[in-house]
Design a binder for this molecule. Sequence first.
Ligand SMILES: C[S@@+](CC[C@H](N)C(=O)[O-])C[C@H]1O[C@@H](n2cnc3c(N)ncnc32)[C@H](O)[C@@H]1O
Length: 271
Amino acid sequence: MIISDDIEFDLLLEAIWRKYGYDFRNYARASLRRRMEAFLVKTSLASFSHLQYRMLRDPVFFERSLDEISVQTTEMFRDASFFAALRNEVLPILQTYPSLNIWHAGCSTGDEVYSLAIMLMEAGLYERSTIYATDINPVVLQTALEAVYPLVKIKEMTKAYQQAGGILPFSNYYTCKDDKARLNPEIKSNIVFSTHNLATDEAFIDAQLVICRNVLIYFDRDLQDRAVSLMTRSLSHRGFLCLGSKESTGFLKAKVHLDVFNKDAKIYRKL
Ligand SMILES: C[S@@+](CC[C@H](N)C(=O)[O-])C[C@H]1O[C@@H](n2cnc3c(N)ncnc32)[C@H](O)[C@@H]1O
């Protein structure tokens, strides 16, 4: 059992912030601490102070740690009912715009972004869309850019696509080689992947749709407030904000600027 106290943990977060500019101080503390403790076990380091020492002196080790500390779980058409609501209720409204800016914040390895790109293609909207897909972690963005999936995942991806209302053969969207499925290049054509930190960076576009799902759950209330205010500021008039199934604007300051558009799908609309 690792014994490490709150002071060491605070100092570790402070050190990361001051040395690397990554601000984890307002993440949901208990879950971040659990992930850091698991990382200690994995690296055989005795305490948060030892981890701090190592991180401060070894930037390569820090980069690797970043990948371990953040939760990257994602999948294609995650929460099919959300994607069905997007397809059936939001995209018909977005049809009325001559061009679309979409910001996908906390995109991880890109599965949701590619799901959205496929839906936009099927709705005839992709050509006039630019998707800005961002994440704090450069390693996941590199994986996203590759857009290669193990063949064993194709069955579940196909099922999720169908549950989200997809009607074409999902095999239209990839080619297989060896034990890998590679998404067709045109799916990537209007996506710009880039690092962006919701804890420290500012708004950078005027978007008609902002998707940030399963990211706020890792933040405390103050950081949730910051992130949702930032995303709301990034929305154009009557733009849409989509959150994850366990997330809501309920207690956040920005809720005064947002209408509930679809309660179950966690889709909001700027007033
Ligand atoms: C659980 S994944 C969610 C991925 C995807 N949105 C989904 O729902 O399938 C959370 C992602 O948020 C990213 N993240 C964590 N903190 C962030 C921050 N401050 N700014 C931007 N992205 C962040 C993580 O790197 C990770 O890729």
